[in-house]
Design a binder for this molecule. Structure first.
Ligand code: SF4
Ligand code: SF4
Length: 438
């Protein structure tokens, strides 16, 4: 399995082995061994849950340093729509976009613009799909805008891979259009001269740039966190006398920042939108069990509230959402269509399907996998079933899995350890008793 360049990192010297994080990880990717957490790299989907929960700040997201933009002759900022929800009383997106120019970018391209194009392409995708009427047994399509959800599916729900919407994420399309526009405007620039930087709300999108989904390579150069850019912007925005007329986003694009925005943009009522990793898992379980009939589209966001709830944002997601609702009052419905892109729909589709992540499989050999699973189930039954986490695994079943994989011992369970010690004492006592009787 290829090594994945994760954006979520563990600083082991800060870890106190408290086990708070192990139960929150949706892919059971964390273990505490010898008093320190470790992340099973192949399983981590960079959702950022462990960053939020760690009380000792031992987990952090890695991203680019702002100064990296200076390595490029022409610097483009791609602000996520969640950025606009960070500012109090903002009634003009142009103020934020002008601020981005003030802090050093040469141009800006709002990701919400590309989101409006993706919404249109998705509407056409559904119109095409249902051209001859809905077919019996037709499954719903799952959004692919949240990379943590797509990776979660590849790790825990590989059978749902065929349900994924095979269309570019808005940030990828934004980067492609912004690059093309820059080259048109400045023909003297080469691709290497242009730096395209996503202002990201979450670590999962940093990982997307390092390991793109659905495409072989990305047009994005790097990722800068909203937390960093926000602090730079608030120092320049109060001094902007007149903002530049840069924004070309509408309600449709800005709404993608919060849960339900992408689904509502389909102008279609047969959808479900859920957020928060635990709810996402519940919905995926239900889809796998075919409990959702009659739905066309499922929008899933790993973070509560949607992208406004990302681990790299400043503001409470519900406050950010309320601010975006206010801001939408000043915007037109939509300002971007596929014609703006001019490249045609085929360039907006995935060029590569996602592969199953085999990290949770026991073996590619079916017989071996079944044997190991039976063994795991038997060991799990013999454990106390308290899921206390004191063994360093998130549940008794996870410890049983680790034992079968040869990565843990039954005596890692403190209850089993206690039983073993009692057995040893009993044996010693028996021996002494025999000796005493002699
Ligand atoms: S939450 Fe996890 S990473 Fe943080 S201190 Fe506890 S065990 Fe270590
Ligand atoms: S980022 Fe998410 S998947 Fe990765 S270790 Fe943390 S909680 Fe688990």
């Amino acid at each position: 399995m290829p090594k994945f360049l994760h954006s979520v990192k563990l600083e082991q010297d800060k870890c106190l082995g408290c086990t708070n994080c192990i139960k929150r990880c949706p892919t059971e990717a964390i273990r505490v061994r010898d008093g320190k957490a470790t992340i099973i790299s192949e399983r981590c989907i960079d959702c950022g849950e462990c960053i939020r929960i760690c009380p000792h700040k031992a987990k952090r997201a890695s991203y680019d340093k702002f100064e990296i933009i200076n390595d490029y002759k022409y610097k483009i900022a791609l602000p996520a729509p969640a950025l606009f929800g960070q500012f109090d009383n903002l009634d003009d997106i142009d103020l934020v976009l002008t601020g981005l120019i003030e802090i050093g970018f040469d141009s800006v391209f709002e990701v919400s613009r590309a989101a409006e194009i993706i919404s249109e392409v998705t509407r056409r995708f559904f119109a095409e799909r249902h051209k001859d009427g809905r077919r019996p047994g037709e499954h719903p399509i799952i959004s692919t805008a949240c990379p943590a959800v797509v990776r979660l599916i590849s790790v825990r729900f590989p059978y749902l891979s065929d349900y994924l919407l095979p269309i570019l994420a808005p940030v990828e399309l934004a980067a492609r259009i912004a690059r093309a526009e820059a080259k048109k405007k400045h023909p003297e620039l080469s691709d290497e001269d242009i730096g395209v930087f996503f202002i990201t709300p979450c670590p999962a999108k940093v990982s997307y740039i390092r390991e793109p989904i659905g495409v072989d390579s990305t047009a994005i150069t790097g990722a800068l966190p909203i937390t960093d850019i926000y602090l730079r912007l608030i120092s320049v925005m109060p001094h902007i006398k007149k903002s530049l007329p840069l924004s070309r986003s509408g309600v449709i694009g800005i709404s993608w920042a919060t849960t339900g925005g992408e689904a509502a943009a389909l102008l279609h009522e047969k959808y479900l939108a859920a957020d928060g990793i635990e709810n996402v898992i519940r919905v995926l379980d239900e889809i796998e069990n075919e409990n959702f009939s009659g739905l066309d589209f499922i929008e899933l966001n790993a973070c509560s509230g949607g992208c406004v709830g990302g681990a790299l944002t400043m503001e409470n997601p519900y406050i950010a959402k309320a601010r975006l609702q206010q801001l939408r009052k000043f915007l037109p419905f939509s300002q971007n269509t596929i014609e703006v892109d001019g490249e045609g729909e085929e360039h907006i589709e995935w060029s590569r399907q996602i592969e199953e992540n085999r990290a949770m499989r026991f073996s590619d050999d079916k017989k071996t996998a079944i044997e190991m699973r039976v063994k795991m189930n038997n060991i799990a039954k013999s454990l106390p079933g308290l899921d206390c986490g004191s063994c360093g695994a998130p549940s008794c079943r996870a410890l049983a899995e680790d034992i079968v994989r040869g990565e843990a011992y039954e005596t890692d369970c403190i209850f089993r350890m206690k039983e073993k010690i009692q057995e040893i004492f009993r044996s010693i006592a028996d021996i002494e008793h025999i000796n005493l009787d002699k």
